[in-house]
Write a protein that binds this ligand. Structure first.
Ligand SMILES: *Cc1c(COP(=O)(O)O)cnc(C)c1O
Length: 375
């Protein structure tokens, strides 16, 4: 039985607007390979983050992560490590392995839910091998308030800092800096489950024009202008039709994000008396869902069961943490990190509630009522 209230209800552009864009693409007879629509999307995404930024769009964020790591760190030979959180989506640590590196899992800060820079400093001393770089995650697309500390850590050790901000296009670190502005580069997903969703898509944003030009070559078979493979590339290009949907989504994005933040504010106000606390800084984020922490694991499990019984689809992101996924359990030679107590505790208490655009009062009320039944 499908739930009455799905976890994700994508909001995509009107079909007539997409049809008109498709007509222009057919007219231009240019369907992919850095066409005018893709170039415009790349330009506008960079402009949305800041005046000094460049974008390399991708077919999805996973390929964008492999590209960003390969470009910023170089392709690894399977010996050097990349620091990465385990409290994240599996694609980040998988991209580390695909780029030829081993994984050193960083614990989270129990208060901010973000990768813990103090643990990373300690790890740099104890990892059984050389460290090639850092893949920071902005937890669930929410800007890490300590990002400047991570930039200092990376600079102190002369390490590239790639940031997986997949769901976070439209989020803020603080009042001055947009997510997309930090580190060596930041990676975004345009998957339909993300707030800036188009179907499948991704992007790398950076102030480093040379890195972005390298990524454009990487995702086009490593080709030089003379169409010869001069670096080890692959095909990761974003087609024109996807880019056209992206342009339409970009126009609507700020308004949609504001609505989503209102839904979060209602959840937080209504559910605080139960002891549920939101992911810090999420009030200024692009929200795919509402992330809350229960008082204890028992309360979390009780709430998930009550939501299911009420026909509401909910999740517990990111549970399990990546080091507990079967492939990583079976391949414990590719990673190090040892105990991650804050990650384990958070995973047992985290709860993700649906947020939709134009979420009706009735739907919102039904979610809240189900959670409140668990006092
Ligand atoms: C969604 C997501 C990805 C993967 O994005 P795709 O575009 O689906 O490849 C990677 N990292 C994080 C943190 C994500 O949330």
């Amino acid at each position: 039985m499908s739930p009455d209230i799905p976890f994700i209800r994508p909001s995509l552009p009107e079909t007539a607007a997409v049809a008109a864009a498709y007509e222009r693409i057919v007219e231009a007879n240019w369907f992919t390979n850095f066409g005018p629509t893709e170039r415009e999307l790349a330009r506008l995404m960079a402009e949305a983050v800041g005046p000094h930024h460049h974008t390399s769009t991708f077919a999805n964020a996973t390929l964008a992560l492999v590209g960003a790591l390969s470009g910023a760190l170089g392709r690894g030979d399977g010996t050097r490590f990349v620091l990465v959180p385990s409290f994240t989506f599996a694609a980040g640590p998988q991209a580390v392995v695909w780029s030829g590196h081993r994984v050193a899992f960083v614990d989270v800060d129990p208060v901010t839910w973000q990768p813990d820079a103090a643990h990373a400093r300690a790890l740099l001393e104890t990892v059984p091998g050389e460290v090639a770089g850092i893949l920071l995650g902005n937890t669930l697309g929410v800007g890490n308030a300590a990002v400047a500390e991570w930039e200092r850590l990376a600079a102190d050790h002369d390490l590239p800092l790639v940031i997986d901000s997949a769901a976070g296009f439209g989020s803020w670190y603080d009042d001055e800096r947009r997510v997309g502005d930090a580190g060596t580069c930041e990676v975004f997903s345009l998957h339909v489950t993300k707030p800036f969703g188009i179907g499948e898509g991704g992007a790398v944003l950076s102030r480093d024009a040379e890195l972005v030009a390298w990524l454009d070559r990487f995702q086009n078979f490593g080709f030089s202008p003379g169409r010869e493979a001069e670096i080890l590339g692959l095909n990761g290009k974003l087609p024109e039709l996807s880019a056209a949907i992206g342009l339409l989504q970009l126009e609507r994005l700020e308004g949609r994000l504001a609505e989503r933040r209102r839904v979060l504010a209602t959840y937080v106000a209504e559910l605080a008396p139960l002891g549920l606390t939101p992911l810090p800084n999420s009030e200024r984020a692009a929200l795919g869902s509402a992330s809350l922490r229960a008082r204890d694991p028992g309360q979390r499990d009780q709430i998930l069961a009550a939501l299911t019984a009420a026909g509401v689809q909910a999740r517990a992101y990111y549970n399990p943490p990546v080091h507990r996924h079967p492939w990583f359990v079976e391949h414990d030679d590719v990673w190090a990190g040892g105990a991650l107590p804050a990650t384990e505790a958070l995973c047992s208490e985290v709860l993700s509630l649906p947020i939709h655009d134009e979420m009706s009062e009735a739907d919102l009320g039904r979610v809240i009522e189900a959670v409140q039944s668990c006092r």
